[in-house]
Design a protein around this ligand. Structure first.
Ligand SMILES: [Zn+2]
Length: 705
């Protein structure tokens, strides 16, 4: 479900959980003192005032403001090893574009050459990943090395070293999010493109800092990826095993999904769900015995916390560790603190966004934190929560329990069984080529004109995927977008088709937002939630694309309620993630134990405020369980925003009737700020209103039955 490899877009992938770190957090090692980022040499003041006088005399007073700004910008990023006063002055004299014609030429040439750079780097990446991405037979060990290599990793360093970055910073404006929000609506498209051009060079992070961040990210990813619970070895107070042998669940994703799966197990599911909640709470509070983590050689009663040598075996594993219930020694929080300390090292080198919190909100999301928080609170505090909870309670036939934040009983029904759908799809699409050929028809069914449908279809290449599928756009106009889809030997199945339609939505967006955008510097969408929302619009119409009736009103209402309840759950989780990062910035000397206590308290406070009134239980710590909180550097707020944006776009498509023309209109806007994009797309800024309105209607439909 994910689109891959957007080199310039800082991606945070909604629903398609992979987690590309932003460029600032790619690769670093131990601490370097941020000595030179701001220190300015003794000759600097004299040099800049000399240059100002000289160049204003040469180009006229109308250039004064641009020149002052440019000089200020380059001095902010200068380092001692960039040269002496003479080198500095010579650079400015040579590279300041003193009239509009020179500036236009510079802008156009940077735009087209950066398109070439990004486009070809991306091409290399695609080729190097081909064996691992596509269904082309066995992988050899070196294929993974090719796939892991990023030829563009040093581009930013190179551009500072050869001073092309300084040429941009001398001539084009760096902006803060405040300025983009305040002035952006009145900017021309060219001004937006200039803004994005300068933003490419808004940090100069030393290689050792980047390495430290990459190492912390790698270590936290590693910690999370090994955090398994062997379920057969959990025992209840009566000593019974509730889960089958060999079941090994990764925290938190698999544990949460097991809670969800157990709703279909009626009364038999309930004790299992309660037990998983207990396990999760022990992980958050770090009262989990160290020896039970990823260890099938011990049995554990998570209620009493008693640990014993395994009395039944489901693996050959043995353990050398002493079997005691000594708790995990706050490792979870030590790992998070290491992320924090690494991310913080980049702060001095990022003058327009000097904390990781700033970089996430002001650069990656481009939604101010306060506004985003208000949107989350609007969902959490909505009276629709209690109404939805009441409906869940009546369907469950029991009072809600805390783990019911993961209730998954809202399900769109289908007239057809999965097997029937599989048969239809396999017949229609026996091969990837059959799907490729049908793309123009599919797009016409979605309301694109035959011309536009053919145009887009010509720009998409369908490849057989090794995994479940993904979309890979191109980064230059002479290249095509790739749709990677899974086709079994017996033909495509329904699940594969559903994903292919989603990925096709990404490809269509990628095509319009690159090829039909007036500036390639503006290619893309404001952030990843937008491309996901556009892809979900396609995916939601997959039945019609098979020639079947659209989901009925009842099905749609179930889907809406499911999305609303998920948003309610993840909004609280996002608030915990945000508060924990603020706490770390407020307590930079904290120990892992202190961070543990703080996270537990934050989780309880947010629970007590927004969930306890619904669940009638205080001091629950479940909101702190998300693994992304430990290894993903403040990524969680993307999820609830993604749900809101999806509803806004869907609502607009419904209003517009046909999807095609509106989809094209939206995708062509490119990477402006989220609010501006959304206002131009739907008439309203980003917000939860569309989601809340749809939920209200879905609830009304439910009570009237
Ligand atoms: Zn996707």
């Amino acid at each position: 479900m994910k689109e891959r490899l957007r080199l310039t877009l800082l991606a945070a992938t909604l629903a398609c959980v992979a987690l590309p770190l932003t460029s600032e957090e790619i690769p670093m090692q131990t601490a370097s003192t941020p000595a030179t980022a701001t220190a300015s040499p003794s000759w600097m003041n004299a040099s800049t005032s000399r240059l100002q006088d000289e160049l204003v005399a040469k180009y006229g007073t109308q250039q004064r403001e641009r020149l002052e700004r440019g000089l200020h910008q380059i001095t902010e990023f200068r380092r001692a090893d960039d040269g002496d006063a003479a080198t500095f002055e010579d650079f400015v004299r040579t590279n300041f574009a003193g009239n509009q014609a020179t500036l236009d030429t510079m802008f156009n040439r940077f735009q087209s050459l950066l398109e070439q750079l990004d486009g070809h780097m991306h091409e290399i990446n695609r080729a190097f990943n081909q064996q691992s991405d596509l269904d082309l037979g066995p992988m050899l060990p070196f294929d993974e090395t090719f796939a892991g290599y990023d030829p563009s990793a040093h581009v930013l360093d190179d551009f500072f070293n050869n001073k092309l970055a300084f040429t941009v910073l001398l001539n084009f404006p760096l902006t803060t999010l405040d300025e983009r929000l305040k002035n952006g609506p009145n900017w021309t498209r060219r001004q937006w493109a200039e803004t994005r051009l300068a933003q490419r060079f808004d940090k100069r992070i030393p290689a050792d800092v980047n390495l430290a961040i990459a190492q912390a990210a790698g270590a936290s990813g590693q910690y999370i990826s090994q955090y398994n619970i062997w379920m057969y070895h959990l025992t209840d107070p009566q000593g019974q095993r509730l889960f089958p042998p060999k079941m090994r669940l990764l925290s938190h994703w698999n544990l949460r999904d097991e809670i969800k799966a157990n709703y279909s197990d009626g009364q038999g599911g309930l004790p299992k769900q309660r037990m998983i909640q207990q396990v999760m709470e022990r992980i958050v509070t770090q009262t989990i015995p160290q020896v039970v983590i990823n260890n099938p050689a011990v049995d554990w009663n998570p209620f009493t916390n008693e640990v014993k040598a395994a009395a039944a075996k489901d693996s050959d594993a043995t353990t050398n560790s002493p079997i005691t219930n000594a708790p995990e020694p706050d490792t979870r929080y030590a790992v998070l603190l290491r992320d924090f300390n690494a991310a913080k090292k980049a702060d001095p080198y990022s003058p327009t966004a000097p904390t990781l919190i700033d970089r996430r909100f002001q650069e990656d999301r481009e939604i101010p934190e306060a506004r985003l928080k208000a949107m989350l609170e609007q969902v959490l505090g909505s009276p629709l929560v209690a109404q939805t909870a009441k409906l869940i309670q009546s369907r469950l036939g029991r009072p809600l329990e805390p783990f019911d934040i993961w209730y998954n009983g809202f399900r769109p029904g289908s007239k057809y069984t999965e097997a029937q759908l599989d048969e239809m799809v396999a017949k229609k699409y026996p091969t990837a080529e059959a799907y490729q050929k049908d793309i123009p028809n599919l797009l016409i069914k979605l309301g694109f004109s035959p011309d536009r449908a053919q145009y887009v279809a010509n720009n998409i290449i369908v490849d057989p995927a090794r995994g479940s599928g993904h979309a890979m756009g191109s980064q230059m106009r002479s290249e095509k977008a790739h749709l990677r889809t899974r086709v079994e030997k017996t033909g495509m199945n329904y699940k594969g088709f559903n994903i292919a339609v989603h990925e096709m939505g990404h490809n269509v967006e990628q095509t319009f937002s690159l090829n039909d955008n007036d500036y390639t510097l503006l290619q893309g969408v404001p952030n990843t939630a937008f491309t996901e929302a556009l892809a979900f619009v396609f995916q939601g119409h997959d039945l019609e694309l098979l020639g079947l009736p659209a989901p009925d009103a009842k099905s749609q209402a179930e889907k809406t309620l499911n999305d609303f309840w998920s948003t309610y759950e993840i909004a609280g989780v996002a608030l915990v993630d945000m508060s924990v990062w603020h706490w770390m910035y407020d307590h930079p000397q904290a120990t892992p134990k202190q961070l543990n206590q703080a996270t537990v308290q934050i989780s309880k406070d947010i629970w007590n405020h927004y969930y306890a009134p619904i669940f009638h239980k205080n001091d629950v710590v479940l909101l702190g369980i998300y693994s992304h909180m430990i290894d993903s550097f403040l990524y969680l707020p993307d999820y609830p925003i993604g749900h809101m944006i999806a509803f806004q776009i869907e609502e607009q498509m419904k209003k517009a009737g046909a999807i095609g023309p509106d989809f094209e209109r939206m995708a062509k806007m490119g990477r402006i700020t989220p609010d501006l994009w959304m206002e131009r797309a739907t008439g309203r800024p980003v917000g939860p209103e569309a989601l809340l309105e749809a939920t209200q209607q879905a609830l009304a439909a439910n009570t009237s039955h």
